[in-house]
Ligand binder design. Structure first.
Ligand code: SF4
Length: 623
């Protein structure tokens, strides 16, 4: 018997508990190959490896490896190829087999550049890898490139979970340290062909479905093996109305019966309907889903045509938001920039419109994937794509992964790209997190100040004030394209220490500086002191009392938040805060939990002060 090792190296992240991913891609190809009698008679699975470690040490730990099979993607390709090189050096007879989305479709030059790779697997990995292993079992050698066409029938594809491919891997994990993520594949394929995506182009066409009994058993395996997160691999969950509702119910039932899996991630269908909201509603009610994410990427029809993408309509988005509000769940959207055809005005309009409609968003830089249509020279040339290489920060020194980011197009300069990323960052950092939302809504309603204009002026104001809090926040991302710190713009979204500082040590200075900016920029604006008082008490923070009565000169809260007419008579604002529950390590951790679940809310009511009380008006701002 000859030893086969499988590897699919993780990105690991997290705090006290680390997240790890079940290596589904290499597991599923081995599950198929090992179903073949020839392969079973000659090879045994000797190890499944996911954790990055010193490549020399890893290679030394392997016992007579006959085959080392890996799957590569953007977060592990450089490291994985280095491991392959070292293994080939230490174990020259080992056959190195590489598959995954980061192997170029046209791979002759790539193979020449990586002479330690013996075989490349492309297309449907189960078929291609089985052929490789059968060749090695029967003939002792195989061709350097195996490409398999799409499978139309997935009912006979064995599940790696049911085949026990991951059983030892899970047993070796310390469940108290690791939080396990697993892929649930209920169908394969995508009818769309977005030009930046390597999945749509690889699977373009009719969607093939896995057997429902397989799905049920995979979920059961996940429950029994304490999988925390399920990543649904479907490109368009909800496209199959009854079937996908059934999948959601299976997940909910497993959580109710075993307590696992606890959460899931979903890529929803691009044509949302009420039945998808019904599914999301059930998942959210069970605690399996944190929020409804609509991947828009862009709202410009020019851009959508250039990237060959279809989106949900504005009306559908509003309908989801309305249903979400009725049922108490949050809506989140995702955008990418600079997509071909997008301009600084169109993406700014999108951010402005979403913010005005109360829909939160994340803006990600456009990354080129090697097998996407966007990577082709004619496409790059047509849209004037200029890119730079971005190196990922990793906590080890063996290799560094790199990503190719677009920084300029025919319709957006790199300076504009830089501004757009900063605009998204400050909107998310200050407005979406509740530090400026009352101020900006007031200025928008009372003085027609666009949210994006507020942020643009704010950045200008603080750029020349190096001691200010905002300047210090923005310092790492001024000139981020040139300094290659673009990733800080979106990593900042989850920056717990920064959030904690704004809630505690920086809080007074931040609001004093911001108030000075507002006074200076809109000198005729009245009620600024009231607006800032309301802003500071509307957010759960470290010094907030459980109840506070704030008497203001108008019905400010109802005017700003509830769109009621502005009444210029004294109103008492009663603010009741749930405070931060003890189980959270800090306000930042609490906020990350609460932003999507919305479970803990500050309750604010506003009522006119009775005439006999007017003489006693006072601003009970601090207690
Ligand atoms: S981005 Fe999503 S919808 Fe578009 S091709 Fe890729 S998988 Fe399909």
């Amino acid at each position: 018997m000859h030893n086969v090792y499988l590897a699919q190296f993780n990105i690991t992240y997290g705090g006290d508990r680390q997240f790890t991913y079940v290596p589904y891609s290499v597991g599923t190809v081995w599950a198929s190959a090992s179903n073949s009698p020839e392969v079973r008679d000659h090879f045994r699975l000797a190890g499944v490896i996911t954790e990055k470690q010193d490549p020399e040490v890893l290679a030394q730990s392997m016992i007579n490896p006959a085959v080392f099979a890996v799957s590569v993607y953007v977060w592990n390709v450089t490291y994985t190829l280095e491991v392959c090189r070292v293994i080939k050096h230490q174990h020259p007879s080992c056959t190195i087999v590489v598959g995954g989305p980061s192997v170029p479709d046209a791979c002759d030059q790539w193979l020449a550049d990586h002479p330690w790779v013996d075989v490349v697997v492309q297309g449907e990995g189960e078929t291609a890898f089985t052929q490789v292993m059968q060749d090695l079992a029967v003939k002792g050698h195989t061709a350097p490139v195996h490409r398999a066409p799409r499978m139309r029938d997935l009912t006979q594809v064995p599940s790696p979970y049911q085949q026990g491919v991951f059983d030892q891997w899970v047993q070796d994990l310390d469940v108290n340290t690791w939080s396990i993520n697993a892929v649930l594949e209920t169908n394969r394929g995508c009818p769309f062909g977005c030009t930046y995506c390597d999945w749509g182009s690889a699977t373009l066409g009719k969607v093939a479905c896995f057997d429902q009994s397989r799905i049920r058993e995979d979920i059961e395996w996940m429950a029994l093996n304490r999988v925390e997160w399920v990543q649904l691999a479907d490109a368009n969950f909800g496209a199959f109305r009854e079937r996908d509702a059934w999948v959601a119910d299976q997940l909910i039932a497993a959580k109710q019966k075993w307590g696992w899996p606890r959460l899931c991630n979903i890529s929803w269908h691009k044509s949302q309907n009420d039945h998808m909201v019904e599914i999301a509603d059930r998942l959210i009610a069970s605690g399996m889903l944190k929020e409804y994410t609509a991947s828009l990427q862009s709202q410009s029809t020019t851009v959508l045509a250039a990237i060959k993408r279809r989106n949900i309509t504005d009306q559908q988005l509003d309908r989801i938001k309305q249903l979400g509000e009725q049922r108490g769940f949050a809506i989140h959207t995702e955008l990418i920039t600079p997509l071909p055809g997008e301009t600084v005005d169109s993406i700014t309009d999108t951010m402005e419109t979403l913010t005005q409609r109360g829909i939160k968003f994340s803006l990600f830089p456009l990354q080129i994937l090697v097998n996407a249509e966007m990577a082709q020279p004619h496409y790059r040339e047509k849209h004037g794509l200029v890119t730079h290489t971005h190196t990922l920060a990793e906590p080890h020194a063996w290799t560094k992964e790199q990503e190719e980011h677009v920084i300029e197009t025919n319709t957006m300069t790199r300076t504009e790209f830089e501004q757009v990323m900063l605009m998204a960052m400050v909107l998310q950092m200050y407005n979406n997190t509740g530090f400026t939302n009352v101020i900006t809504r007031f200025l928008h309603r009372a003085h027609q100040v666009a949210y994006t204009e507020f942020m643009r002026l704010m950045m200008l104001w603080f750029e020349s004030r190096p001691q200010s809090v905002v300047h210090q926040h923005l310092e790492p991302v001024w000139n981020h394209v040139e300094r290659r710190t673009t990733s800080h713009c979106y990593v900042g979204l989850w920056n717990v220490p920064q959030y904690n500082a704004l809630c505690t040590t920086q809080r007074d200075q931040f609001y004093a500086e911001l108030q000075e900016f507002v006074h200076h920029t809109w000198p005729h604006c009245e009620h600024v002191a009231d607006v800032f008082a309301l802003q500071q008490h509307s957010q759960i923070h470290s010094r907030q009392p459980s109840t506070i009565n704030l008497t203001l000169a108008s019905n400010l809260w109802d005017y700003v938040i509830n769109d009621q007419p502005w009444t210029h008579t004294p109103h008492e604002h009663i603010i009741q805060s749930p405070g931060m529950p003890a189980q959270f390590a800090s306000l930042g951790h609490f906020r990350n939990f609460n932003k999507s679940t919305g479970r803990y809310r500050t309750n604010i009511t506003c009522q006119p002060v009775q005439s006999h009380e007017i003489n006693q008006i006072h601003h009970a701002i601090s207690q």
